[in-house]
Design a protein around this ligand. Structure first.
Ligand code: ARG
Length: 458
């Protein structure tokens, strides 16, 4: 007999049980469901909707069910559809008639909404901790590499010299925003839907403020139709998750490139690499590639939930049961990726010498030569032209700018004086970037200091 079987004259079709059920996946919510039910039972007792004694019996029953689930003693049944009705049925089986009172002043619609919010809230805690660890790793890597000079790229062409610490601090900024984004998402979802009933509220004098307090919500949903209808908080969470994956995919792409022989900037630890089944020499950066690949999966989840919610009329529709699959998958993928990414970058070898060597070619000091001419009164556009010609000359003569003699410099402009020789050294070029937020060591040290203040504050 179904919990809702009263108005039915026939059994549901055989295939319905499987098709309609969410228990294969929503059993993940058992803890949150029981937590919500305990708070609800407490509230019912306290408000005199059921007796104190009944309330206590229900709570005891629910606590036992939780223990049994945790000890693997419970087998969920597909014919009870979802986690809510599985637990309610178990409760009734165990404590009898009084168990049937738990669902007073509640619907599965507000029940599932509260469960998902409790679940995401808990997962955001874990994800933000992982992000926090990652931020600390970026800062510590940065500290180690304020003097590690490397090419900075645009269009993947060598552009200007930077230091690796500066590169890591760029990602620090991105992941710091991601960290703030998930916490921000928590603020908006930490509002209580329970007590909304099916869509219109209930006829009972429930105490929703009490429920909010019990369950740690900041306030209650003001409109019960909104409370049961929307999943914008799921979308917002997956969207923040997509952003995290997008950032991870960019570092990963770089690390894949950097592990190639063509770059040779890093080497992944054996523990985070794999070999080839045919080519004995291969060592592949699979972790970085997989994270890059899994980004597509999380974006897919975002489109999935956006499409489920598109055009849904108010209030609850069964379509919404499908929200959990992209949500759970996003949470698991994010946690795995953040964890393994962190281990991978902490264990990789950074080949400083190769990075430095790479700064020799590519005329990355060309802009600095132009800036030098500007300091001598040449308008920037003309200086650009002069240095362009110098680069052509260097290509023809197979030289770098820093290999030119003063006499060669002066062939292009009489403004060049002997200090130009020092000014075009790659290290000098890097550290002469004096503008705020630039790559000079001094500025990167400032960024690190700001990051450390952030760690202390939060
Ligand atoms: N399993 C359902 C879900 O996840 C619970 C809510 C069902 N509500 C209903 N009116 N059928 O969405």
């Amino acid at each position: 007999m179904k919990l809702w079987g009263g108005r039915f004259q026939k059994e549901t079709a055989g295939i319905m049980d499987r098709f309609n059920a969410s228990i294969p996946f929503d059993q993940k919510l058992y803890k949150h469901d029981i937590m919500g039910s305990i708070a609800h039972a407490k509230m019912l007792g306290k408000s005199g909707i059921i007796s104190q004694e009944e309330s206590e019996k229900i709570i005891e029953g629910l606590e036992e069910i939780r223990k049994d689930i945790e000890n693997g003693k419970v087998e969920f049944k597909i014919e009870y559809e979802d986690i809510h009705m599985n637990i309610e049925t178990l409760l009734i089986e165990r404590i009898g008639e009084v168990g049937k009172k738990l669902h007073t002043a509640r619907s599965r619609n507000d029940q599932v909404a509260v469960d998902i919010r409790l679940y995401i809230r808990e997962e955001i805690e874990k994800i933000s901790e992982l992000l926090w660890d990652l931020l600390q790793i970026f800062v510590s890597l940065s500290k180690d590499h304020v003097d590690t000079i490397m090419p900075g790229y645009t269009h993947l062409q060598r552009a200007q010299p930077i230091n690796l610490g500066y590169y890591f601090m760029a990602y620090f900024q991105m992941f710091q925003r991601d960290f703030q984004r998930v916490l921000d998402c928590k603020k908006r979802l930490n509002v209580l839907p329970l007590g909304a009933g099916a869509l219109a509220g209930t006829t009972y004098f429930t105490d929703r403020e009490f429920l909010a307090k019990e369950l740690g919500f900041d306030r209650i949903c003001e409109n019960s139709m909104d409370a049961v209808s929307d999943r914008d908080f799921v979308i917002e969470f997956i969207s923040s998750g997509s952003m995290i994956m997008m950032h991870l995919s960019r570092v990963c792409e770089e690390l894949v490139l950097w592990s190639s022989q063509e770059f040779g900037f890093v080497e992944m630890d054996d523990g985070y690499s794999t070999g080839s089944s045919i080519m004995p020499q291969k060592k592949n950066p699979d972790v970085a590639e997989l994270i890059r690949g899994k980004t597509g999966r999380v974006y897919g989840n975002l489109i999935n939930i956006l499409t489920i919610m598109k055009s849904l009329p108010l209030a609850y529709n069964k379509d919404m049961q499908e929200d959990k699959l992209p949500l759970f998958d996003t949470v698991e993928t994010l946690k795995d990726c953040l964890m393994i990414f962190k281990d991978m970058i902490c264990t990789m070898t950074i080949k400083k010498e190769n990075m430095k060597k790479a700064t020799k070619a590519g005329f990355m000091n060309a802009t600095d030569v132009a800036d030098y001419l500007v300091s001598k009164g040449v308008p920037f556009r003309s200086a650009h032209e002069i240095v362009g010609k110098m680069v052509l000359y260097c290509i023809d003569h197979d030289k770098t700018i820093e290999e030119l003699s003063l006499e060669e410099f002066q062939r292009f402009s009489d403004k060049f004086e002997k200090e130009i020789i020092e000014r075009v050294q790659i290290e000098t070029c890097m550290n002469s970037k004096v503008s705020q937020g630039s790559t000079s060591k001094e500025n990167v040290l400032k960024m690190i200091e700001n990051a450390e203040n952030f760690f202390r504050r939060d």
